[in-house]
Structure formats: structure tokens, C-alpha cells
Design a binder for this molecule. Structure first.
Ligand code: NAI
Ligand SMILES: N[C@@H](CC=O)C(=O)O
Ligand code: NA
Length: 457
């Protein structure tokens, strides 16, 4: 029988992820001890309410509301409470008391990451966060370690399980956004405040983390452009499918050169996008996530799996526990973050991409030519136009850049209205915005039904 050194583990939070971490740690503790070379003793779980029901149950003797005492007795602290405070203070206390820290808290990392990494570096502690992006999918280590010798050019990511679940339900079962969100919440996928999911904030936090790691720089959350899915309608999801696309909430992180200034930098943005059905990201269903990454030498790589869910996310947390335990056994300082490139973070106006614009137009000769000239006057090249006369436009409203409201379009398709679906070649956001403004003031355009970016072509 091997005698292991004992490592004391404090768990902060016993919710969807925390309760699973506690259960799996107790279930597989011996096996994890063999892998890490240290005994792993869960010394307590800090929660807000020790009487609350949890699945799976956490033994009552482990539960406490005194997080600070727990932290001070631990070698490894796992933070699974979420939110900024008191999570930030607890993590700093843990680092300063000599513990390694594991967290799944992307909201905190995206806003206070540099402060926490600096604190860890100063005392030679390690901060692990594999669960913070992509749930169970290994993506932090691959970016930080496996791809450190390559040059990541672009990431297209489905990084929020809740919104992918909702959009998938809207597409495959015709469920409403509200009903699908209620199911996602019941399944433990959503954030404590699900606004963070549906408004894209959670995905933006993950985009900031991914872009910082991928480009070895610091991408502040404030520089991540963010649109959520709350304006996406079932009609849009349906019409996307008819056109050979699926709507996904994407995080797009890329190296780019501003088309006007020539400044080279990086950008990160989150918004709903049309993804061609043939693209691997179109096949990501339910609460799964996927990160489709292009690197200079490696080419395309895709990381796929469960992006949310307590049990699944606990897998990533426990992987970090084993890493932290091994480091305790071996000793030595932790590995510092390699975010020292200091690249400029460019705004959404530097981005170029493709767009699909759906217009309700007056159905009369010469309209197509007039619309085409508005596009060419603003340097936006049209790739394809599809027209359907008298097709109802009511309800096909809402998402995208500068779209009409149902009130603007009216509840019924006006007589003599045609629907034009216009696909563009790559154009800059600035040129596209100018085109949309000109379309809005054109006499032949009754409504801008939707404007969506197209990614993955
Ligand atoms: N649920 C999921 O699928 C995933 C969640 N995450 C992240 O993991 C973290 C935890 O998420 P969930 O387990 O879903 O949250 P949850 O809301 O289910 O659980 C939070 C737990 O923390 C405790 N807590 C909160 N504030 C506290 C305080 N001030 N003092 C003591 N205890 C406190 C609560 O009592 C509860 O036990 C969050 O940062 C979340 O963003 C990351 C990946 C996936
Ligand atoms: N609410 C998040 C949970 C995982 O990060 C999501 O839905 O992806
Ligand atoms: Na992960």
C-alpha cells in the first residue's frame, strides 16, 4: 500500500458543478490519488445555505457557510460559486495563503484575469481554469500548451451551451426561445442569471479568455463586441434552414488588419451568425460546444463536446485538481500566463465578413437595379440575390444589425411587396452599415427584415 502525502481541498460552491465535483471526488478519490501521487481530501464545501437541496447530495458534515476558514486550511481551493465578489476576494486569499486555485468562473477571469494571474505569479501559485471555456472540452490546455508553438489565426466557437441548446430547439422542434431557456435552466446549463447567456455576455467572457490565450495578449472584455440571441425569431431560424444555413451564436476571434488604417491586431466578437449546413459547426446540437480553430501550421482543428452541465463540467475541474496535485507533489513555481504580446485589440468596425440581408421591397420593375446600385455605391459586392413575390414578411424580423421591428413592417405583408434575400461578398462593417442606412432611406425599401453575418463559408 502506497502512502501518499495528503492534500486538503476546499470547495467553494455546491451548486450544479460543485455538487458534482464533490461527488466525483469522493467516488474516484483513490484513483485520482494514484494519478496525482497525493491523497485528495475534501475538507469542506462552502455554500450560502447549508439546508438547500442539492443533486447529488453533499454530506452534511462537509457543508459550511464559513468560506474563509476553509480557504485558510486548504492546499487547493476550487471556486465554483460564480460571480465577481466574493469569488475574487476568496481566490486572492487562497493564492496569498499559498494554495493553488481552480475556477470555472469565466465572468471573473474575463474581468479580473490579469489581477489574479499576477497575484499567482508573485507567490508562485497556479491558477487553473479548464472548465471556464467549453465546459468539459479540453481547450484551455491545448491553446496554452499544445498550440504554443504555432500561430493561431482564427477561432470560430460555439461557446455557450444554453444558447446553442435554445437555437437548436427552435430549429429542430419549433420551440420558443422562452420555453427552451426554461428547459436549459432546469438542466443546469444556464448561468444563475440567464441574461448572461441569452444576451451573449457569457460567450463574450469566453471569447475574451480564448482570444487572450490564442494570441498571447490581453483582450479585455470591454473590447469584445457582443450581440445576443434575444431578437432571433423562429421564422428566421426556419428561413435560414431553407437557405442552407443554421443560426448559431458564434464567438469569432481573429488576427486582422484594419482595412482603412492598415493597423494589424486582433479582434473578438460574439453575435448570431448564419453557418452553412455543411460546416462542422452546423452539426453541433443541444448544449454541446465546439471550437473550430485555424492555426498557421496545424491548419483546421476542432474541439467538440459538452459545453455545459454539472457532471460534464466537473470532469474539467477534476482534471485541474490532478494537475494541481501533481505540481504540489513535484514542487516548483507555477507556469505563468504567456499574455505578453500586447497586440492592439481592434473594434468591430475593422472586421470584414459576409452578410445576408433580407429586404421587403416594392414589387415593381427596376427595383432590383436600384437596390444593386445602393450596394455598389457603398463598396459592398453582391454575390447572390433571391426574390420571392408576395411572401409574408411579418414575424421574419428582429435579429442582426439595424433590422426592422414588427411594428415597422406591419402585421401583414403589404400588397405589391417582394422579399429580396441578398448575399454579399466580404465587406467591411463600416461599408455594410452605410449600405443599410442607405437602404433604410430608399423609397423602394419597405423594411429591412434582417441583417445577419455569414461565417464559415
Ligand atoms: N453550470 C454549468 O454548466 C457551468 C458552470 N460554469 C461556471 O461554474 C460556476 C458555478 O456554476 P453553477 O454550479 O452552475 O452555479 P450554481 O448557481 O448552481 O451554484 C453556485 C453555488 O455557489 C454557492 N454560492 C454562491 N455565492 C456564494 C457565497 N457568496 N458564499 C458561499 N457560497 C456561495 C451557492 O450556494 C451554490 O452552492 C460559475 O462560475 C459558472 O459560470 C462553468 C461551466 C459550466
Ligand atoms: N451557462 C453556460 C455554462 C457553461 O459555461 C453555458 O450555457 O454555456
Ligand atoms: Na474546457
Amino acid at each position: 500500500m502506497i502512502e501518499y502525502r495528503n492534500l486538503r481541498i476546499a470547495l467553494l460552491g455546491g451548486g450544479s458543478v460543485g455538487a458534482q465535483v464533490a461527488a466525483q471526488l469522493q467516488q474516484h478519490g483513490d484513483e485520482l490519488a494514484q494519478r496525482s501521487g497525493a491523497g485528495l481530501e475534501l475538507i469542506g464545501v462552502a455554500v450560502r445555505d447549508v439546508t438547500a437541496a442539492r443533486t447529488p447530495e453533499i454530506p452534511q458534515h462537509l457543508l459550511t457557510t464559513d468560506a474563509e476558514s476553509l480557504i485558510l486550511s486548504a492546499d487547493i481551493v476550487i471556486e465554483l460559486m460564480g460571480g465577481i465578489e466574493p469569488a475574487r476576494t476568496y481566490i486572492l486569499q487562497a493564492i496569498n495563503s499559498g494554495a493553488d486555485v481552480i475556477t470555472a468562473n469565466k465572468a471573473l477571469l474575463a474581468t479580473h484575469g490579469p489581477e489574479l494571474f499576477d497575484a499567482a505569479e508573485q507567490v508562485g501559485a497556479q491558477l487553473y481554469y479548464e472548465a471556464a471555456v467549453g465546459g468539459a472540452i479540453p481547450i484551455i490546455r491545448p491553446l496554452r500548451d499544445s498550440l504554443a508553438g504555432d500561430r493561431v489565426e482564427r477561432i470560430l466557437g460555439i461557446v455557450n451551451g444554453t444558447t446553442n441548446f435554445i437555437l437548436d430547439r427552435m430549429d429542430t422542434t419549433g420551440e420558443s426561445l422562452e420555453d427552451a431557456l426554461a428547459t436549459a435552466t432546469a438542466l443546469g446549463y444556464a448561468e444563475a442569471d440567464p441574461t448572461a447567456d441569452v444576451e451573449g455576455h457569457d460567450a463574450a467572457q469566453k471569447a475574451a479568455i480564448l482570444a487572450s490565450l490564442a494570441f498571447h495578449t490581453t483582450v479585455p472584455l470591454a473590447d469584445v463586441y457582443c450581440e445576443g440571441i434575444t431578437k432571433i425569431t423562429r421564422a428566421q431560424v426556419e428561413s435560414a434552414r431553407k437557405g442552407g444555413y443554421v443560426i448559431k451564436l458564434l464567438a469569432v476571434c481573429e488576427r486582422l488588419v484594419d482595412p482603412i488604417t492598415g493597423v494589424a491586431g486582433v479582434s473578438a466578437r460574439v453575435h448570431p451568425a448564419l453557418v452553412p449546413l455543411a460546416h462542422p459547426l452546423a452539426a453541433v446540437h443541444g448544449a454541446n460546444n465546439a471550437v473550430f480553430l485555424t492555426a498557421e501550421a496545424a491548419g483546421n482543428l476542432m474541439f467538440y463536446g459538452a459545453g455545459a452541465g454539472g457532471r460534464e463540467t466537473a470532469s474539467a475541474v477534476l482534471g485541474d485538481v490532478v494537475s494541481a496535485a501533481r505540481r504540489h507533489v513535484i514542487g516548483g513555481p507555477g507556469v505563468a500566463e504567456s499574455t505578453h504580446a500586447d497586440l492592439p485589440v481592434l473594434s468591430i468596425s475593422s472586421v470584414t465578413t459576409r452578410y445576408q440581408i433580407t429586404l421587403a421591397v416594392v414589387d415593381q420593375p427596376g427595383v432590383l437595379a436600384e437596390i444593386a446600385s445602393i450596394f455598389s455605391d457603398h463598396e459592398v459586392s453582391v454575390e447572390a440575390v433571391a426574390q420571392s413575390v408576395g411572401e409574408p414578411v411579418a414575424g421574419v424580423v428582429g435579429a442582426g444589425i439595424g433590422t426592422a421591428t414588427s411594428a415597422e413592417i406591419g402585421s401583414e405583408s403589404p400588397q405589391g411587396t417582394a422579399t429580396l434575400v441578398i448575399g454579399t461578398h466580404e465587406a467591411s462593417e463600416a461599408d455594410l452599415a452605410a449600405t443599410v442606412a442607405a437602404l433604410k432611406s430608399s423609397d423602394v425599401v419597405r423594411a429591412i427584415v434582417s441583417v445577419l453575418r455569414v461565417e464559415g463559408l
